[in-house]
Design a protein around this ligand. Structure first.
Ligand SMILES: Nc1ncnc2c1ncn2[C@@H]1O[C@H](COP(=O)(O)OP(=O)(O)OP(=O)(O)O)[C@@H](O)[C@H]1O
Ligand SMILES: [Mg+2]
Length: 411
């Protein structure tokens, strides 16, 4: 250790630090606030793991039964897809356990592997000291059962008394820090990630934001857009020769499983490329020539799904008792909101140009971090943390039974 201490005890000259983690379906991001040993700066800083601010969500069992994360998991999963879970967050939301390589692994343990890795990397940047406080974000539509499983995962990962914050609320808090929102002004958040879609309307108050309405669909995201592209490709393949396509999806053997996983990655990369280019080529096992897919064809295939996201946003704005014209800003976050049709659709339907930041992925984690009380002393050991340490998020039911959140920062 550079300073010879390297323990979890905060000493003279050391400053406590805070951690925010946005546990994502495709990628997990984290940010810290506090003095780092190497960098000597206070932050907020996005945490880099393996030279990237986005840790792939995928986890994979190794031969000893341990769960790998990051590049090691990706490398192994390419050859042992049956031992990998691509989306632990989706597993956490849907079931209590997952079969990996014939073994039942608790979904909370898969999520814990990701959280444990993030925490270990963050601690390593802070002389091994644990964070004084940690906040985890989650989809707005997650109920108690899902949040309890996330809390279980945090516990397994050794995270002491974390706070929890809905993702779109965090995104709006970040927006409010970066852009001026007049008091009384409403911000509508459209957060399309890899596996979840969140909407929220928050109103600026003198001291923070009130969450007026939340909505979305916790089972809709970039993965469903991948399926749109895959169906389009399947139609093309069937026109040319249906047999190799059929074999690819029906063959239960490991080689075909590895080919399906590789095609899945190709589809995601192609879909992202279609945000910038007019066409992509996709090679499919069993076909000597690649398939050319044009952006307008993919757009038509994805239109019903994206139209649905708009309808959900409109429903949340209506729930807030507002019209799109009354909203101060419509903010896009989440990687899949980079799909050009998202902005176009919202602009067409509302006459308003939504705001897509240059880094829509970081808004959630920075928003969660920004609201933590950076200088407050940690609570007594073992004491239960408040639901959200930077202030209070109160949950309430709207008259129509929908869950709402109200955030009031600590003065
Ligand atoms: N340029 C792009 N165009 C279209 N989609 C993109 C682009 N860049 C990233 N994506 C998509 O964004 C998704 C990942 O977004 P993000 O990292 O925000 O999700 P996540 O936080 O992991 O998931 P969630 O919030 O739903 O749990 C992937 O589906 C990815 O393909
Ligand atoms: Mg996300």
């Amino acid at each position: 250790m550079a300073n010879g201490r390297g323990t979890a005890r905060a000493g003279r000259g050391e400053r406590e630090w805070s951690l925010a983690v946005d546990f994502g379906t495709c990628f997990t991001t984290a940010a810290t606030f506090g003095e780092e040993a190497a960098a000597g700066s206070v932050g907020p800083r996005s945490l880099e793991i393996e030279n990237s601010r986005c840790l792939p969500a995928l986890v994979c069992l190794d031969d000893s039964g341990a769960l790998l994360t990051g590049r090691a998991a990706q490398q192994r999963a390419a050859h042992h897809p049956d031992q990998a879970e691509r989306a632990p967050k989706r597993a956490l939301a849907r079931q209590s356990a997952v079969l990996l390589g014939g073994r039942s692994v608790p979904a909370a343990e898969l999520a814990a592997a990701v959280l444990r890795r993030v925490c270990a990397e963050a601690r390593a940047a802070h002389d091994g000291r644990p964070p004084a406080r940690t906040v985890l974000t989650h989809p707005a539509r997650w109920g108690t059962a899902e949040r309890d499983r996330l809390a279980d995962a945090a516990d397994r990962a050794g995270i002491a008394a974390p706070g929890f914050l809905p993702e779109p609320v965090a995104a709006a808090l970040h927006h409010g820090r970066v852009h001026a929102v007049p008091e009384g002004g409403a911000v509508a958040v459209y957060d399309l990630g890899g596996g979840t879609f969140d909407t929220a309307v928050l109103r600026r108050t003198a001291r923070g934001f009130d969450t007026v309405a939340v909505g979305g669909d916790p089972h809709l995201g970039g993965e469903d857009l991948d399926e749109c592209l895959r169906d389009l490709l399947g139609e093309r393949a069937a026109d040319r020769d249906p047999d190799p396509w059929h074999d690819l999806w029906e063959d239960p053997g490991p080689p075909a499983a590895a080919q399906r996983a590789a095609l899945g990655r190709e589809l995601t990369a192609a879909r992202e490329a279609l945000s910038q280019t007019g066409s992509v080529d996709l090679a499919v096992p069993g076909y000597p020539q690649p398939f050319l897919i044009r952006a307008h064809e993919y757009r038509a295939a994805a239109e019903p799904l994206l139209a649905r996201t708009y309808e959900l946003l409109a429903a949340t704005v209506a729930d807030a008792g507002l019209d799109a014209a009354d909203v101060h800003e419509i903010v896009l976050t989440g990687g899949a909101s980079r799909t050009p049709r998202v902005s176009d659709l919202i602009a067409e339907r509302t006459g308003r140009l939504p705001l897509l930041s240059a880094d829509p992925k970081s808004a959630v984690v920075l928003g969660a971090l920004a609201a933590l009380p950076q200088a407050a002393p940690p609570g007594p050991e073992g004491a239960a943390a408040p639901a959200y340490a930077g202030g209070r998020v109160r949950r309430y039911l709207n008259p129509d039974g929908d869950l709402g959140f109200r955030f009031t920062p600590r003065p």
